[in-house]
Design a protein around this ligand. Structure first.
Ligand code: PLP
Length: 459
């Protein structure tokens, strides 16, 4: 590897001189110098100093089978030698996207049998937005084009993704969102439930916000509702079990399509292949990416339900949409091998039956009682820790978000990578984590919380 001819300092200098990072305050980063991750194995990543860090975020919610999988490298190598690229335009296909489509149809929830490929979650959501509006236009209802989404939702960073998402700071930099998208309340009981309101009732009230938005616009104007089954980047906000079935009931009542963004939750994260199965719903369209290849190659798959697909095929003519890398043969070869590994090792069942419940209990037993922690919650192998100044009143530290950053920095120093979003610490580890790895993570997080508490109390 040529980078080995460079010292850490040199790499940081070159990074600062030429590399603009995603979601980054560049001046701040350039002053501090970036952490250069050079290699990884199993659940661990290693930086250029050789420091071993337990990766509590599976990269960026994606490395579900863990690092250092020779089989995935071999699958990419073999495909690159045989056919590194050919497109799926001009009435052509290559073998791996064909076979992957059938595999995805087999794994997907009932009634979802067709696949449209891209390279990222953002692209998949862009396609999804175009497709649902196109669907209604083909059905003779072009005015049925409003999309209902949620505050604090995250659907990617392109103009369509940002517009669908409900992140205010992102909207402020947009200079004009895609029109006709409205955002309703999120199902976040910790902050939004009323005193004495049960989880169940709160879930129904949050779902009612979707109905209210449909009624306000008029059902004949609403194309679809989009949501992440569990809001990820917004802080692992897990809805009450009453929420999704009620949202589905409402969507069906008003003939509004149900779009699930499973870019994070797809491929085992919640203990089923898709969170739609965890929450018992049957969406019309599902966006997936990330763990489809465990992040070893960029690939997204938009899973399209039979209703939309039938109209597209029967009435659509040409759909003027697609990407150079739609159905990239190498990415699809890696995805096929990745799904094979997940099945062979029973990773999804393991999350559902063993590590998921163990993770939930470990967070309760070792983290929830800490003075800085207002709440812990998890589903499958994704979890959140709310950082508060006062447990009873849920008062936060000021400025907002600063305490979580303090915890995160201590965690990394303890060899534990986790993410701070707002005042929430989030975890989304590789699905290969065992009970021992979970214990190790909790030990390191508890230590980080102690150290952060000492810092924060000084303020
Ligand atoms: C739920 C969700 N949707 C979409 C995206 C965008 O995916 P990408 O960054 O691959 O464009 C993300 C990324 O984190 C996500 O969490």
């Amino acid at each position: 590897m040529t980078y080995q001819n460079y010292s850490l300092k040199q790499l940081q200098q070159i990074d600062a001189a030429h590399h603009l990072h995603p979601f980054t305050d560049h001046r701040e980063l350039r002053e501090a110098g970036s952490r250069i991750i050079t290699h990884a194995n199993g659940p661990f990543i290693y930086d250029a100093d050789g420091t071993e860090i337990l990766d509590g975020m599976a990269g960026l919610w994606c490395v579900n089978v863990g690092y250092g999988r020779d089989e995935l490298a071999d699958a990419a190598y073999a495909q690159m030698k045989e056919l590194p690229y050919y497109n799926s335009f001009f009435k052509c296909s290559t073998p791996t996207p064909v076979l992957l489509s059938r595999k995805l149809a087999e794994l997907a929830p009932k009634g979802v049998n067709q696949v449209f490929y891209g390279s990222s979650g953002s692209e998949a959501n862009d396609t999804a937005l175009r497709l649902v509006r196109h669907y209604w236009a083909l059905e003779g209802k072009p005015q049925k084009n409003r999309i209902i989404a949620r505050k604090m939702g995250y659907h990617g960073s392109t103009i369509a993704g940002t517009s669908l998402g409900g992140m205010e700071p992102m909207h402020k930099q947009l200079g004009g969102a895609v029109p006709n998208i409205v955002h309703v309340m999120m199902p976040y009981a910790y902050e939004l439930a009323l005193p004495g309101e049960s989880d169940h009732d709160f879930g129904l009230r949050a779902a009612k916000a979707v109905e209210d938005a449909i009624l306000e616009a008029g059902a004949d104007k609403v194309a679809a509702f989009i949501g992440e089954p569990v809001m990820g980047a917004g802080g692992v906000k897990i809805p009450p079990m009453s929420y999704w079935p009620e949202v589905q009931r409402i969507c069906r009542k008003y003939d509004v399509l149900l779009m699930l963004d499973e870019v994070i939750t797809g491929y085992g994260r919640t203990g089923e292949w898709f969170a739609a199965q965890t929450f018992g719903i049957e969406p019309d369209i599902i966006t997936t990416a990330k763990a489809l290849t465990s992040g070893y190659q960029p690939l997204s798959a938009l899973l399209v339900g039979d209703r939309i697909a039938a109209t597209l095929v029967e009435k659509g003519g040409e759909f003027y949409h697609g990407y150079t890398y739609s159905g990239h043969p190498v990415a699809c070869a890696v995805a096929l091998k990745n799904l094979e590994i997940m099945e062979r090792e029973g990773l999804v069942d393991r999350v559902r039956n063993d590590t998921g419940p163990y993770f939930a209990k470990a967070l309760q037993d070792h983290i929830a009682g800490h003075d800085l922690v207002g709440e812990v919650r998890s589903i499958g192998l994704m979890g959140a820790i709310e950082i508060v100044r006062d447990k009873a009143s849920k008062e936060r530290f000021l400025p907002s978000g600063s305490a979580a950053v303090t915890v995160r920095d201590h965690a990394i120093a303890q060899g534990m990578m986790l993410r701070a979003t707002g005042d929430t610490m989030i975890l989304s580890p590789p699905l290969i984590w065992t009970r021992e790895t979970i214990d190790m993570a909790c030990e390191r997080i508890a230590k980080a919380l102690d150290l952060a508490q000492a810092d924060l109390r000084k303020q």
